[in-house]
Design a protein around this ligand. Structure first.
Ligand SMILES: Cc1cc2nc3c(=O)[nH]c(=O)nc-3n(C[C@H](O)[C@H](O)[C@H](O)COP(=O)(O)OP(=O)(O)OC[C@H]3O[C@@H](n4cnc5c(N)ncnc54)[C@H](O)[C@@H]3O)c2cc1C
Length: 506
């Protein structure tokens, strides 16, 4: 039994069913995919509910291994992967390193262009090692192998390497680059996992931009949810079952087996349960209040506004391919820091840096020709506000986000027909993201690798016999990746087969 049809739960379901187990996935929502789903928000207009850009999953062979292409999944490359349409000189981040360096040279000078090339070269091996570590359970052996791969070039200076990895992204960026626009763009990318770039241990997150120069990010044609739909179809082809709109309300697990009681009251007995929902939800389902309280979820990260418009944003600066890319609307590193300062005071960011995405620019299947969806992701926004509630302040804050886009692309506000606002509270209500954290649990060192979500709940096993967990709450964390679902399935298959063998020998 798998609880939750997020993409990780579906990946796990596919691999368990492929290994010959009877699999049923129960999902509380009527839509599958969790934060990897797309729905019709306006007549004829398909809009992502969570993620839009798939980065990490494209560094795995998951799509090929499950042959999701034959089930209709088509990825369009995101090229350029990002753009900063700054009026004083735009930056275009192509997947092609030489093209990116040329853009940086034009806007910021040759020293920064050379620094960017060296930065990508330096951070490519650790990023490869990080991706490899994510594709395996977080055992001491696997993590040791990854650490060795990340640092083997610097074998004579291990302590310096560790110090480099542990430093704040801000310090690394300031020491490497001179131009404030370039510093801001890289810092803003580094902030996307949640922790602010001034936090200790965030340097490698900045370094992960090397990923884009290894393999382009992708956008499934038809919306992010096409990945989950293809996974559900693959699950069905392997004989797995999926029920929606009837999630788990209670779980019990002991040596004799597991029972899941669904919200409709049905009792389902099974050998093992894989909870692919939020870790806190899993702990609550089994009645472990202490574990639910100990998982460090934080309090929100940001919010999204999906604008329905008559046209694409026309930025001051013309960047070829800008509407394909992640449009980084960020002025300076100070703006990023100020937004985090607002968050600490439990206020929405007064001047939030934005990532704008315009999927309808390249995917005509999403909307009629005279309509566009302009998605703005804004950080940081707390789940609980110091003053008032999100229901009271949602519209004012969304107005501010629209005004920010309008500052970068005059005329944008006038093109808006309607909008759908997702504050941290809305993300929790609709997607089950506890406290609105899109990464489930903070992506900080005390909750990564073998500590995610808690030491005794890590490696996809829980303290309860037969209860396993996967998803963004577990290693390797949030984002569209599927690695956690695949790793967890491998761990379960091994455990369950071992248990069967032991029974046979008794
Ligand atoms: C607005 C937004 C934008 C994002 N943008 C990006 C992006 O561009 N790129 C990127 O890589 N990542 C992005 N992310 C993050 C990424 O989408 C998530 O980290 C990831 O999808 C988590 O997947 P998951 O399968 O682990 O969990 P989830 O997607 O959270 O799935 C968990 C599932 O469990 C279900 N569930 C919960 N409780 C129960 C229950 N009791 N019984 C049964 N089912 C239950 C939920 O309904 C859900 O379907 C974004 C997220 C959001 C919200």
């Amino acid at each position: 039994m798998v609880i939750g049809a997020g993409h990780n739960g579906l990946v796990a379901g596919c691999y368990l069913a492929k290994a010959g187990f009877d699999v049923e996935v129960v999902e509380r929502d009527t839509v599958i995919g969790g934060a990897v789903s797309t729905v019709e928000r306006w007549p004829g207009v398909r809009v992502d509910r969570g993620s839009s850009i798939h980065v990490m999953v494209r560094h795995t062979d998951l799509v090929e291994d499950l042959d999701l292409g034959s089930l209709g999944l088509v990825y369009d490359d995101v090229e350029p992967w990002a753009a900063l349409p700054h009026p004083d000189g735009a930056l275009r981040f192509s997947n092609d390193l030489a093209q990116t360096c040329a853009s940086i040279e034009t806007a910021c000078g040759s020293a920064d262009a050379a620094a960017y090339r060296a930065f990508v070269e330096t951070w490519t091996p650790p990023t490869r090692a990080f991706l490899a570590a994510g594709s395996r359970p977080p055992t001491a052996r696997n993590l040791g192998r990854a650490a060795w791969a990340a640092s083997r070039r610097h074998v004579h200076n291990r302590s310096e390497t560790v110090r480099n990895f542990m430093q704040p992204a801000d310090d690394l960026i300031t020491a490497t680059f001179r131009d404030p626009r370039l510093r801001a763009a890289i810092g803003w990318w580094a902030a996307q996992s949640g922790p602010p770039p001034h936090a200790v241990g965030t340097a490698p997150i900045a370094g992960t931009l090397a990923m884009f120069h290894m393999q382009p990010a992708g956008r499934p044609r038809g919306g992010s949810g096409r990945l989950s739909e293809a996974l559900a179809a693959r699950l069905a082809s392997y004989g797995g079952a999926l029920r929606c709109g009837d999630g788990a309300a209670h779980v019990s697990a002991d040596d004799a087996g597991c029972t899941v009681v669904t919200s409709s009251g049905e009792k389902i007995g099974c050998r093992a349960v894989l909870a692919a929902c939020h870790g806190v939800t899993t702990a609550r389902l089994i009645g472990d209040v202490a574990a639910a309280g100990a998982m460090r979820v934080g309090h929100g990260i940001g919010m999204a506004v999906r604008f329905l418009t008559t046209q694409l944003p026309a930025y001051h600066a013309d960047v070829p391919g800008v509407h394909t890319s992640m449009q980084l609307l960020v002025d300076s590193p100070e703006q990023i820091r100020a937004a985090y300062g607002d968050f600490l005071r439990r206020e929405p960011a007064v001047d939030p840096p934005l990532i704008v995405m315009t999927p309808t620019a390249t995917d005509p299947t999403l909307a009629p020709p005279d309509r566009h969806v302009v998605t703005a992701w804004a950080q940081w926004h707390p789940h609980e506000l110091r003053d008032g509630t999100w229901d009271e302040r949602r519209d004012t804050v969304a107005d501010g986000i629209a005004a920010t886009i309008d500052r970068w692309a005059p005329g944008f506000a006038g093109s808006v027909i309607d909008r759908f606002v997702q504050t941290p509270v809305d993300l929790e209500r609709e997607l089950g993201l506890v406290a609105g954290n899109v990464m489930h649990v903070e992506m900080e060192l005390d909750a990564m690798f073998a500590l995610r979500p808690l030491p005794e709940w890590s490696g996809y096993r829980s303290p309860y016999p037969g209860l396993y967990l996967c998803g963004a709450s577990t290693h390797p964390g949030g984002g569209v990746w599927g690695a956690s679902g695949r790793n967890a399935a491998a761990v379960m298959v091994r455990d369950l087969n071992r248990r069967s063998r032991r029974r046979r020998h008794r």
